[in-house]
Write a protein that binds this ligand. Sequence first.
Ligand code: SF4
Length: 247
Amino acid sequence: MKPKSYYIPTSLLTTNNAKTIKGEKLGWKTYILYMSPHRQNSTGKSICPKASAGCAAACLFMSGHGSMTNIQKGRTNKTEFFLSDRTKFLNMLYIEIAQIELKHRLEGTKVTIRLNGTSDISWESFKIVDNKTIFELFPSVQFYDYTKNYLRFNKELPKNYRLIFSRSETNEAIAMELIKKGINVAVVFDKLPKKFNGYKVINGDLNDLRHLDPKGVIVGLKYKIVTNKGANNKIAFESNFAIRTAA
Ligand code: SF4
């Protein structure tokens, strides 16, 4: 199905996230691109190719600030924009990051960018300008993301892109193979344990500066309650997407 019409948003990247504000105390400004996850767009096409039933049901799109309808609309509009006119979208992203990079270079401050706030797009596969990816165009910018798409680890990733694998109810065996190779794995719990499957669990909610984490650890994330009307928070645990450790 053809994507429905969209408007050009004022900006693609935002900075008002509670966890990234914590990172500012450590000197890093974080910018995040939030879209509408999985199949939440007019085409029904998934922008999270390896989403599980549990993660899709419990996705952060609906939690925290995401429960506000105007924010959902804005995020959906960005997805429609991405699906309708990829070139225009990527050019806008390029210009926005160029402005951010310049601002922080002049200020002498550090910047990190997460392009998959609520999506799982393989940004490393898009060439934007001069046959270069966004990572090659901005080598001094630190990018990071979480992904459930294990295929993305088959190729060498850009040095300025830290990618964390996200465990779900369907991919734990893959997650354990990846952590053996030093790739960090994010796991959602009700209460963070000290260890998971023998690997140290660090508190991933203290900030979102994933590139500063040691390698070969579990990034423990506390399950965030979905606050919108009619939300079913049980499904995250019943599906085993989120793990119950508390008695
Ligand atoms: S893959 Fe991530 S962004 Fe996509 S539906 Fe699952 S939790 Fe949400």
